[in-house]
Design a protein around this ligand. Structure first.
Ligand SMILES: [Zn+2]
Length: 310
């Protein structure tokens, strides 16, 4: 076990030394086994990510459940699902963070080149800023919402985004590689089913996703629920956009009713992931209904503050 730990540490050191523009070499099969052993325990992530809101801080990959792995940084989630005939990746993190995501996938012993699709939560640079890099290194197409597609192929924020104008533009993706998913309908990718759920609010094109993961005969439903926080630039008022707020609330209502054994969020801290890991049970703590209620309470507070300020 000690020798395996040394091999893994050596592999991670090697990966960290590779120049960012070069692909990371695939590990040998013995090292892959050691890496998967290590990945079986999420305790390592909890130890490395005590300051867990740092967006580009390197984090070890770990198995969430069955074929589903966390491959993001300490502060930004990326989820990798290993399918029978190819893989799926949710989000890439920032442009810099996406290099760590690809390294984490290789450290687990999987080939990023076998990713068949990249799915998205919401169209902000901290979650999809690395799409260009990951697409360049995998050839994988992107599947997103219609509103987010416009952002991803232009690099510019959506005009209705409460944070429009706050962030620098992202590197645009060629339009032919970015398609849209009809909300509410399961999408089959490489033998796996994923259901997109429209949850606009934090951005106009935000999606949450639901899928099933099995370990032998034990299956759980995982939901990757979007950030959904009512954050904006200083001159934006949610109360000036009643249709947008209604769509926001409708999305929260959809989220609250989802079957949701394990809740994951684009910022791990938003759903208390580290605390759940420390208890040893990712199905513990906040579920989708509690998360939606928490977010809606913050939206209500925000709208009340706007009324008081006017
Ligand atoms: Zn955001």
């Amino acid at each position: 076990m000690f020798a395996r730990a040394i091999s893994l540490a050596f592999l991670i050191m090697l990966s960290a030394c590779v120049a960012p523009q070069e692909p990371v070499p695939a590990p040998s099969s013995g090292v892959m086994e050691a890496a998967r052993d290590a990945a079986a325990s999420p305790v390592h992530w909890a130890q490395e990510c005590k300051d867990w809101d740092v967006w580009e801080k390197r984090a070890p990959a770990f198995r969430i459940h069955g074929n589903t792995y966390h491959v993001g940084t300490c502060g930004i989630t990326a989820i990798f699902i290993a399918g029978p005939s190819g893989h799926v990746l949710f989000d890439t993190g920032t442009a810099n963070g996406s290099r760590q995501v690809l390294t984490n996938i290789r450290v687990l012993g999987f080939q990023p080149e076998n990713i068949k699709a990249i799915l998205t939560s919401h169209e902000h640079f901290d979650h999809v800023g690395g799409l260009w890099w990951v697409h360049q290194n995998t050839g994988a197409p992107i599947i997103t919402s219609a509103q987010a597609r416009g952002v991803i192929v232009s690099g510019a924020a959506h005009a209705q985004d409460p944070q429009a104008g706050m962030h620098p533009p992202m590197r645009p993706l060629p339009a032919q590689f970015v398609s849209t998913a009809p909300a509410g309908q399961p999408l089959n990718i490489a033998g796996l089913d994923f259901t997109p759920v429209e949850t606009p609010g934090h951005t106009p094109g935000a999606l949450s996703w639901q899928w099933e993961s099995c370990e032998g005969s034990e299956c759980v439903t995982i939901v990757y629920a979007d950030s959904l926080s009512a954050v904006s630039r200083s001159d934006y008022r949610f109360s000036d956009h009643p249709d947008y707020v209604q769509a926001y609330r409708d999305g929260l209502a959809r989220l609250a009713t989802l079957k949701c054994d394990i809740l994951l969020t684009p910022h791990p801290s938003a759903s208390g992931m580290r605390d759940k890991l420390l208890t040893g049970d990712l199905a513990s703590g906040m579920d989708c209904a509690e998360y939606a209620a928490h977010v809606e309470a913050r939206l209500d507070t925000r709208i009340a503050e706007e009324a008081n300020a006017s």
